[in-house]
Ligand binder design. Structure first.
Ligand code: ATP
Length: 251
């Protein structure tokens, strides 16, 4: 389909088109399209821009990745389809960051395809295509991980995650940074550092912040972050926007 850049929802249509293409290529599963729809809804409600509270979270996320001993970013089908380039940029900005494919609906072929997209985008070392370990407490394929990646990670960046795995990662003592537009999702509520922002915007900001930031001196612990406050600010913004829209309709 030819999309006109003048269409008011050009960017959203482009992203949908890219996901549909990735579905046909076997990178994305139909469930991924539904998850994307949920994300779009919340982006709409948040005004399709990064809130100041999200920017603050992204700056701290960059620090956490630089402060970590073994930082890892987990890549699923939607992330591989929509943000392979941004993941590659992040890997360049954070020395020592592992990039690991991790899938709920895993087949060897899908994992290979996502690994291939990441490599083409410039990621040198892609983990998780052939899992070598298992994290306890999870019945799904997401438990299958790489011994050099998520298995030993102390800080996990998990874009577009589900609540069960966030919980399992936290139960293992890992610190979880989530990227999820839904401030009400279990993932956002479980994460140590929830970023309520769109995937590509969030990854770009974190990569820029990390590239600008100097590698911090090793200190025990990570920069403090008020997760509850960040979620409250996102919800208050939705509240404000809905009230404003309701008032405008009432006039
Ligand atoms: P939970 O188990 O955490 O309650 P869920 O059941 O909503 O979450 P999924 O169906 O795996 O989990 O959905 C993934 C999440 O990713 C959704 O909450 C959706 O808002 C979010 N999401 C989808 N696309 C994007 C995107 N492009 N950027 C940011 N967030 C997104």
């Amino acid at each position: 389909m030819r999309l006109s850049p003048r269409h008011p929802r050009y960017r959203s249509l482009l992203v949908r088109e890219r996901l549909a293409e990735a579905l046909r290529a076997g990178v994305v599963v139909p469930e991924g399209l539904i998850a994307h729809g949920r994300g779009e809804t919340f982006d709409y409600l948040l005004g399709e821009r990064s809130l100041p509270s999200a920017r603050r979270a992204e700056r701290v996320a960059a620090r956490w990745l630089l402060e970590a001993q073994h930082p890892v970013v987990s890549v699923n089908g939607n992330v591989g389809a929509l943000a392979a380039r941004e993941i590659a940029r992040l890997a360049r900005a954070v020395p020592g960051l592992s990039v690991e494919v991790n899938l709920f609906h895993r087949t060897g072929r899908r994992a290979e395809l996502i690994g291939e997209r990441l490599r083409r985008a410039g990621v040198r070392n892609v983990l998780g295509v052939r899992p070598t370990a298992r994290i306890p407490g999870l019945p799904s394929d997401r438990a299958r991980v790489d011994r050099r990646g998520i298995y030993v990670a102390d800080v996990c960046l998990v874009p577009l995650e589900d609540g069960d795995r966030t919980e399992a990662l936290r139960a293992l003592g890992k610190r979880v940074i989530s990227i999820d537009l839904n401030p009400l999702s279990r993932t956002s509520r479980m994460a140590d550092l929830p970023i309520v922002d769109e995937l590509t915007r969030a990854l770009t900001h974190i990569a820029n912040d990390a590239a600008r930031g100097r590698r911090p001196r090793r200190r025990p612990g990570l920069t403090p972050f008020d997760a509850g406050g960040a979620l409250r600010e996102a919800l208050q913004e939705i509240d404000r926007r809905l009230l404003r829209a309701g008032r405008a309709r009432g006039r």
